[in-house]
Each structure stands twice: as structure tokens, then as C-alpha cells.
Design a protein around this ligand. Structure first.
Ligand code: CDP
Length: 214
């Protein structure tokens, strides 16, 4: 079984996907984290903005997704990839065709002969157009910024809500207007607006869809 959850930043994808995975015993893949790993590598190498070097870097890219975290060059960088500096640059990296081809390839390999739930921007449209269930999560941008702000403050980050709001709007724009696999709702995806719903409500709504789909 393959469940695809797409939607813009802060719409609740990863929270919901994790809970559904637990409930149904599926493997969860956070595809956004993969683009974040590539972005962190480009930042560390000081090659942001250098398309040729970024493409070359992909040949020796050493990323790993384990149960307990995300690894870059054998180091657990799960915390680092959520930092604002990565969020500020990730959409430009994710717009590069060669980066996407490599990530989509890894996502398909990872999912082979597994029951999976994946979240991202292009899962239902490009990565798994034949997914068993496609959900498109949306929420008001102000609400999404609030959620992300709370998350980062809890982690001890020193952030301003306005900056987060601006970053979310900017990423939404880059992600949905890029040429390669833009963020958009697949024709056969079910849209769920999470603005004024609790996590529990959204989870149950999706679980009902899964059950009626089987
Ligand atoms: O968690 P959040 O919604 O902030 O973002 P994310 O899921 O970690 O994704 C970070 C960025 O990666 C997005 O803004 C997209 O630019 C890119 N992305 C993508 O292009 N395709 C995916 N399947 C997943 C993420």
C-alpha cells in the first residue's frame, strides 16, 4: 500500500503521516527531509548557487534515512536540517531537475516492496501517481506560520514569527511555480483543510478514507 500526502509547508503533513504510519504499521518517509539533506550538504560545501557544483556533488552524495534520524556523511543531522538557514535555501535546491531526479529515484527504491506513507510536494503527482490514497493537506498561511513558530521555539531556536511567515510564503511560491514537479493537488487527491481542525480530527478523517479504500 502506498499513501501519498502532499501540501505546502506547515499544513501538518509530517505530524499526520507519522501518526497514520504508527496506526497502520506503515513505513513513513519524509521526502522533504531528503531535499533538506542535499541543501545542508551544499551549504557545508559552500556551493549554494553554483549549479554545476551542486549537480556534481550529487554523484558522491552520502545520505541515509534510518529509524532514528537523517544522516549526512554518516553523521546524524536530524536537528540541523530543520534550522532556518536550511529552510531559507531548500526550495531553490529542490527546484533543480537533477536533484529531483536523484531524490525521486531514491524514494521509489526506498518504497519497493514496503507498505509506505510518504509526504512531500510531488508524491501523488510524480513519485507515485498510482498511490492507493492521495491526500492534499492545506491550511491558512498564518496558521501554518504559527505552527512552525511553536515547533521551532520548543526546540530552543531564536526565531520571529514574521520571518517564518515570509519564509512559508516564499517557499509556497517557489514550490508551486517551479518548472520541475511543482506543488499541486493531483486530480484524484482528496483535499483536507487543517486550519481549524485538531491533529486527532485530521488523523481520523484520513483513517476513515483508508478504511473505505481497502
Ligand atoms: O516541513 P516543511 O513543510 O517545512 O517542508 P519539507 O516537507 O521539509 O520540505 C522542504 C522543501 O523541500 C519544500 O519547501 C520543497 O521545496 C522541497 N520538497 C520538494 O520539492 N518535494 C518534496 N517531495 C518534498 C519537499
Amino acid at each position: 500500500m502506498i499513501i501519498a500526502i502532499d501540501g505546502p509547508a506547515g499544513s501538518g503533513k509530517s505530524t499526520i503521516a507519522k501518526l497514520i504510519a504508527e496506526d497502520l504499521g506503515l513505513v513513513y518517509l519524509d521526502t522533504g527531509a531528503m531535499y533538506r539533506l542535499v541543501t545542508l550538504k551544499a551549504l557545508n560545501d559552500g556551493i549554494l548557487g553554483n549549479l554545476d557544483k551542486i549537480i556534481k556533488m550529487l554523484d558522491n552524495l552520502n545520505i541515509d534515512i534510518k529509524e532514528n534520524g537523517f544522516y549526512l556523511d554518516e553523521i546524524d543531522v536530524s536537528e540541523e536540517i530543520r534550522k532556518p538557514i536550511v529552510s531559507e535555501n531548500v526550495s531553490d535546491i529542490a527546484a533543480i531537475r537533477e536533484v529531483r531526479e536523484k531524490m525521486v529515484d531514491l524514494q521509489r527504491k526506498f518504497s519497493e516492496s514496503k507498505n509506505v506513507i510518504l509526504d512531500g510536494r510531488d508524491i501523488g503527482t510524480v513519485v507515485f501517481p498510482n498511490a492507493d490514497l492521495k491526500i492534499f493537506l492545506v491550511a491558512d498561511a498564518r496558521e501554518r506560520a504559527k505552527r512552525r513558530y511553536r515547533e521551532l521555539i520548543q526546540k530552543g531556536e531564536n526565531v520571529e514569527i514574521e520571518e517564518i511567515y515570509e519564509n512559508i510564503l516564499k517557499r509556497d511560491k517557489i514550490d508551486s511555480t517551479r518548472k520541475e514537479s511543482p506543488l499541486k493537488k493531483a486530480k484524484d487527491a482528496v483535499e483536507v483543510d487543517t486550519t481549524s481542525k485538531s491533529i486527532e480530527e485530521v488523523k481520523n478523517e484520513i483513517l476513515r478514507m483508508v478504511n473505505s479504500n481497502i
